[in-house]
Design a protein around this ligand. Structure first.
Ligand SMILES: [Zn+2]
Length: 615
């Protein structure tokens, strides 16, 4: 949070009616003090949104612009050099500019992530907020108000006593004026079916769901989330925020998501996250991941990510921002019991195998994948394994596992990466001030310095080779150092079976070099693998395998019949109008990755995943 200079600043009023959930339209009105503006004011919508790492502000959804001074309509036009800037003509002597506009939220998923249903509402202030583009965002004050559907429960990190039900007569919520940066970091979650949980006196969890029976019924599931807070405290020692809110939607209607903020986070999981707890395993590192971001990414933020306004940003150090967060997301999930150590090891095996099978690292350094949010916006790519896709998350995890094991081995277990989390990402506030803290930007040199202080090692060279260089294989040393090795087995691990169900795929990556989706569709083809060499591409339909109509079981049978040294699998495939018979040279039968204990040394991974909080 940045402290706005409140002296002499008249707030811009922003009132949004978000109760039109049936049409997913946010109706906004704003008033701008324009005294002193000479004939024109330049307004802007936020373009570079921090957690998106991309110029993804919702300018395309802004509609119905109407500007008036004293009831008289004002002309506006767009800045040809920057379509996020709106130039509004002002009559002489104008004091107050009134604006009305709408933000048109997606009504079906091909327009973007669905944020509004008849039961759930996710509201992001920045979609409705125009502000002067020529002033520092920390000095612009906004006085926000929001109308919610009557009787809905809601939560928002703005203000203190803000968790309550929007009563019929007070469904218009008024908040105290805040600066633009803070407002944009405080989204609202609301819903008609809601469960409110106190995880800690300062940490709240609001859960909304499509239906009442999808809210948590048991206590054990919530107990794990409570232990998460205790484990994070044991890890970091200090909190950079005063109060924190998890804004969680269990829904198959509004979009899945995970978005970090300084004092809250937004989680969108499957509707059955709680109601079918046994099978939600692979989603359970989401809350730990977003919570870790309060320290890694929000409080300690890469310098290029932290700018004076939202008109620009440099993506950098994503292997820290997301890679270290991915690592500790999994580690904390294991420490607090959300995911068992066994499933965590299975997750690490799948991560290593997946990334080791992506030949894109032979030409593209990991650091260059920092640009992927800008390039692809997570849209499907034709050759993901060759293009790479935000690999800094999971390959980053492998790098940090290795760093952790190097420190642990080099110091006989006296120190670990946990010490870096305390010293660098959660230093004690001077004067013992434990309230919400101003972000502290950092660069790579400072991070390396902190690591060197912790354990004397060539960290500059360590990251240069893994992050800036190209290599044929994914980092494996962390797995080996931690007392395990990768093995192949004939059936998927529990983690992978859940992952396949969750993402609706069947993994033939490690035999045929392809993944099948629902309905016999090819979901992915690994660059340079057997399917690639035979001419297969993503999106093909497989009509038959070995002369039998395609099914995942038929494919599995065909692979199981192959001798150990491999053989040929014949597929009839269809792409566009063309049907072809292809012969795939498969080097081995069907196989899946797992970890196996190796050697007599200490199982560092077991120790890494062990609870620290003693809860
Ligand atoms: Zn993240």
């Amino acid at each position: 949070m940045a402290q706005a200079n409140t002296k002499e600043v008249t707030p811009i009023k922003l009132t949004v009616d978000a109760s039109d959930t049936g049409r997913a339209i946010f109706w906004a009105s704003q008033t701008f003090p324009v005294d002193g503006h000479d004939g024109q004011i330049a307004l802007t919508l936020a373009k570079w949104l921090p957690a998106y790492h991309a110029p993804r502000g919702a300018i395309d959804r802004l509609a119905g612009l109407d500007f008036r001074v004293a009831g008289q309509s004002c002309r506006w036009r767009r800045d040809p050099d920057n379509p996020y800037r709106i130039l509004v003509d002002l009559p002489e002597g104008a004091v107050l500019l009134e604006a009305a506009h709408q933000s048109l939220s997606p009504t079906q998923s091909n327009q973007g992530r669905i944020m509004v249903s008849d039961e759930i509402l996710r509201f992001h202030w920045e979609e409705c907020l125009l502000y002067p583009s020529d002033q520092p965002i920390d000095n612009i004050l906004i006085e926000p108000a929001l109308r919610l559907p009557e009787g809905w429960n809601w939560a928002c990190a703005l203000g203190e006593a803000n968790e309550q039900q929007a009563a019929a007569e007070t469904s218009l919520l008024h908040f105290a004026p805040v600066d633009v940066r803070t407002l944009i970091d405080c989204p609202v979650l609301a819903g008609i079916h809601a469960h409110r949980e106190t995880l800690d006196k300062d940490v709240g969890l609001l859960i909304v769901a499509d239906r009442e029976d999808q809210l948590p019924q048991g206590t054990e599931e919530l107990e794990c989330h409570r232990r998460l807070i205790a484990e994070a405290d044991a890890l970091f020692g200090h909190r950079p925020f005063g109060k924190y809110h998890f804004l969680m939607a269990c829904s198959d209607q509004v979009g899945r998501m995970g978005l970090e903020h300084e004092s809250c986070s937004e989680e969108g999981v499957r509707a059955t996250y709680f109601s079918n707890w046994q099978s939600s395993t692979t989603e359970r590192d989401l809350l730990p991941h977003e919570y870790v971001h309060a320290w890694v990414g929000k409080f300690r933020v890469p310098s290029g990510n932290y700018q004076s306004d939202f008109s620009r940003m440099t993506n950098e150090l994503m292997w820290v921002y997301e890679g270290l967060t991915q690592y500790y997301g999994h580690v904390l999930a294991a420490r607090c019991g959300l995911i068992s150590p066994k499933l965590t090891r299975e997750a690490f095996a799948l991560i290593f195998a997946t990334y080791d099978n992506r030949p894109g690292r032979k030409w593209r350094p990991l650091a260059d994948t920092d640009n992927d949010p800008i390039f692809t916006a997570r849209e499907v790519q034709p050759w993901q394994s060759w293009q790479r896709s935000e690999d800094y998350y999971s390959e980053g995890l492998l790098i940090w596992l290795e760093a952790d094991t190097i420190i642990r081995r080099g110091t006989d277990g006296k120190r670990s990466l946990d010490d870096l989390m305390r010293s660098f990402f959660a230093p004690e506030a001077s004067g013992g001030d434990e309230r919400r803290r101003r972000p502290e930007p950092y660069g790579r040199e400072q991070l390396i310095e902190a690591l060197e202080t912790l354990y004397d090692h060539d960290w500059t060279g360590f990251f240069a080779s893994r992050v800036d260089g190209v290599a044929p294989h994914a980092p494996y040393a962390g797995i080996e150092n931690s007392g395990y090795r990768l093995i192949w087995q004939g059936s998927p691990s529990g983690w992978q079976a859940d992952d396949q169900t969750h993402h609706s795929y069947f993994d033939f990556s490690y035999s045929l070099g392809l993944k099948m989706g629902l309905g016999a569709k090819v979901l992915d083809v690994l660059w340079d693998g057997p399917a690639f060499k035979a001419g297969m591409v993503k999106g093909m339909e497989v009509l038959s395998v070995g002369g039998v109509s395609y099914s995942h079981a038929a494919m599995q049978d065909a692979l199981d019949l192959l001798p150990d040294e491999g053989g040929q699998v014949e597929l009839v495939v269809k792409r566009l109008d063309s049907v072809k018979t292809l012969s795939l040279e498969c080097p081995c039968g069907q196989r899946y990755p797992a970890l196996e204990e190796q050697g007599d040394g200490p199982r560092l991974l077991d120790d890494i995943l062990r609870s620290r909080a003693g809860t």
